[in-house]
Every structure is written in C-alpha cells, then in structure tokens.
Design a protein around this ligand. Structure first.
Ligand code: GLU
Length: 433
C-alpha cells in the first residue's frame, strides 16, 4: 500500500504535486489490493478478481450528417459476473480509454456488491464528442455500437445503463436495436429507459437520491445538521443537478455549482431550479445572475460542510487533498479521489462517502427497473424511493461497521465488504472446469 508524506500547511503558492499515477485502471487495482490484503485473499483468487473477465473493442462505422463515414471506437468490458449478470453504464466522451472503461467496470463489480444487489460489474464507452454530434448521428452511432456489442449483452448476460453523456433516449435506441435483432421486445436488456418504455419511476433521480440518503446518515454520524449545511457541487449533469435540487429540498444551502466550463458561487445560496433553467438555455451555469464566478479547482477547496464531486475521475488528488475543507465528501461521480488523496483526507478527518457507496443509488434503481421489466409489473415512485432508502442505509452502516472493525478509511472498508462478498461467491462456485 502506498504511503504519503505528512500533510503540510496550505502553501501560499501552488506547489508542484509529487508524481502520482492517475491511470484509472491501476488506481482501481490499488484499491482492490488494499482490501485483498486486509482479507488475506489467496494470490490466485486475487488474480481472478483484479482483472476483467471479458474485454471487447469494436469499430463503429457511422454515417455523419455531411454524408461522410466516420469510424468510432467503442468498448464493453465485463469485469466480473460471479454474483449475477454484468451491470453498468455506457459513457460517450472524447476522453474515453480502454483502461478507463476497465476501471469503471471493476468499480461496478464492487458497487453492486457494496449495496448487495445480484449483479457483477460491466461498463461501456465510445470515444466521441456527443456535444458536437446531431441527434441523428448519435442515434446511428448508438445503434451500430449496440449491434457490435450485441453478442455479449442481454437481460441475463450484461445490462447497460446511462452514464456520462448518455440518457434515457440512448437506452431506448439500444433497447430497440437489441429487440429488432432478437425478434421480440426485450425490456430487461437495458435500464434507465424512458418510463413509457419499461423504465422505472425514480430512476432518473436515483443516483442523486441515493447520494442524499447516504449523506444523511454520514451527517448523523458526524453530527452535522443537513438543514443549513453548505454544499458545493462539482459537475451539473444528471447526478450533480438533481443532487442540488434534492439537497436544497432538505434545506441545505447550495453555495457553489460548476460544469465543464466553470462554476458559480454564492455564500448565501444558489437556487438549483434557477440554475437548471439557466443551464438549459445557455448550455452552462457560468454567467447565471446572482452568483459570482469560481473555477472548478477553487470550488473543490471551498470552505463548506459537504463537497459533492459529480463530474469525472481524479479531481481530488495529492495536488489538492490537503486543501479540501469540506467535512464530508460524497462522491456522486466514479473515481473522483486517488488512493494517495484518500490517505490525506483520512488523516485530516474528512469523512468520504466513496463512489461505490455514494453513487450506488443509480444502479440500485436500475436493479429495481430490471426486476420490474422481468416481472412485467411496475411499482409506484414511493415504493421505489422507500426501497432505495432501505438499501442505501443498510449499505452505509455495513460500510461504517467495517470501518470501525478494521480501523481504516471508508473506501478501504467499502472494498473490504464488497471484495469479501465477491470472493465468497467465487469460492463457493468453485473453478470451472
Ligand atoms: N452509470 C451508473 C453508475 O456508474 C449506473 C449504472 C447502472 O445503472 O447500471 O453507477
């Protein structure tokens, strides 16, 4: 396990960060290794659990609106299926790499195990810039990508869902392409679908709502009243914008929000609904009236009670971990904090709700959606939210007790819990052949 130098007082001028490996897949393996060490797993079992089971790379020829053909590269990775079908989102982003998708797939394995739902972990990604593509281009690319990964997906094999820059419409295209190919309507092949197409009530808000439920428990443990607590949110997509709304409904004060273009800050509070409307019109929260400008970097180190990173990986690193002033960090996005930064935050008493717990509400309601699809029987939103709350609370206290038992930080505890569950399933199944 890597160790870090003692936290130093906040420097006046930004110092050069020591070299830190930011490759997400290697980071995911370090996180796994820490838990494997605590659990004293056999070396052979470690090898099985730290590498993906299946990796598929596909070429996606797509007709663009100008008549030209463009070939995109996409991936689908199934990290582990010991406890059930692979499960995880599909990401459209110019920065997608195979190592990122491998890391995201493994985080799904540990996430589904942390909240104890009967899935393994998978993830998909396409290297593209969806902001510069028309709806028609996105639809054609999505349908061809679906057709290329079709041999390995399915309600019993691997169930995709939305992730960064994909949404319910993307899932509808995937469901349709899959269904037309197999010859019948398969609702359970993807989750996060529109409610009119076998989607679940509450799925769209589920990541943010799950994050709220976990944060409420963390606030109890840390004795911080959520009412009146100051909250800074980095990232204003599905998770970040809905978290802003739900936390504000609990009377927390949203002091800063940001997106890829920058952020805005108002110590007296920002109205999330106004911010959402402003972003719908201008494509960014930057420039919204009644708040001053703040950079993404400054938002992360703002003095606040709760920091919610809800964008991409590697935002809390050795570079800024000793300057984080929040008391609770709730990771609505995946892979936001590096292992070195974890050590610094732990030593400084910051309570981290790790991604595999904090944002597991999304996949939990995906599980509810899949269960409803397979049964052909749909639940009311109240029932979805009540069941989600139960799952998130139980997972929070499972992690919290593991933390106390092993005297370690919350991410290590969540991994000990999750890796332990997957290891147990693997051992009891035995090795084939
Ligand atoms: N993409 C989301 C995540 O990272 C949701 C995955 C799912 O619902 O399968 O957890």
């Amino acid at each position: 396990m890597a160790t870090v130098a003692k936290a130093v007082p906040q420097p006046v001028v930004p110092r050069m960060a020591p070299r830190e490996d930011l490759n997400p897949f290697r980071i995911s393996q370090i996180q796994f290794d820490i838990a494997a060490e605590y659990l004293k797993l056999e070396p052979g079992l470690r090898q099985v659990l730290r590498t993906p089971k299946r990796v598929l790379e596909v070429s996606i020829p797509t007709k663009m609106d100008n008549g030209q053909l463009k070939v995109f590269t996409g991936f689908r990775v199934q990290h582990n299926i010991a406890r059930g079908p692979a499960k995880g989102g599909i990401r459209y982003h110019p920065g997608v790499t195979l190592d990122e998708v491998k890391a995201l797939a493994s985080w799904m394995t540990w996430k589904t195990a942390t909240v104890n739902i009967p899935y393994g972990g998978g993830k998909g990604g396409v290297i593209c810039d969806p902001k510069r593509m028309s709806k028609g281009e996105l639809e054609r690319m999505t349908r061809r990508y679906t057709s290329e990964i079709l041999p390995i997906i399915g309600p019993e094999r691997d169930i995709p869902a939305p992730d960064v820059y994909t949404d319910a419409q993307t899932m509808a295209w995937i469901m349709d392409t899959y269904s037309m190919t197999v010859g019948y309507s398969s609702l359970g092949v993807v989750t996060g679908k529109p409610v009119s197409l076998g989607g679940s009530q509450g799925r769209n808000e589920a990541t943010a709502r799950g994050c709220l439920f976990a944060t409420e428990e963390a606030c109890k443990v840390k004795r911080i009243p959520l009412r009146g607590a100051s909250v800074a949110i980095q990232g204003f997509g599905n998770a970040g914008s809905i978290a802003a709304r739900l936390f504000a409904e609990k009377r927390a004060k949203i002091v800063a929000i940001s997106d890829s273009r920058g952020g805005v800050y108002n110590p007296r509070g920002i109205d999330p609904l106004r911010a959402i409307r402003y972003k719908e019109r201008s494509g960014t929260v930057v420039g919204m009236p009644g708040a001053s400008r703040i950079s993404n970097d400054d938002l992360l180190t703002l003095k606040c009670d709760i920091l919610i990173p809800a964008a991409l990986e590697n935002v809390i690193t050795l570079h800024n971990a000793d300057q984080i002033k929040a008391k609770i960090v709730a990771e609505a996005a995946n892979g936001t904090t590096t292992p070195h930064a974890d050590e610094v935050l732990y030593r400084r008493g910051v309570f981290v709700l790790p991604d595999i717990l904090a944002n597991a509400g999304g996949v939990t309601v995906s599980y509810f959606e899949w269960a409803q699809d397979l049964q052909g029987y749909f639940w009311e939103e109240n029932e979805v939210n009540t069941r989600l709350e139960k799952v998130m609370k139980r997972a929070f206290y499972d992690v919290y007790e593991t933390m106390r038992k092993y005297h370690t930080h919350s991410r290590a505890a969540a991994y000990i819990l999750a890796v332990g569950r997957v290891a147990e399933a693997t051992l009891v199944r035995g090795l084939f052949p």
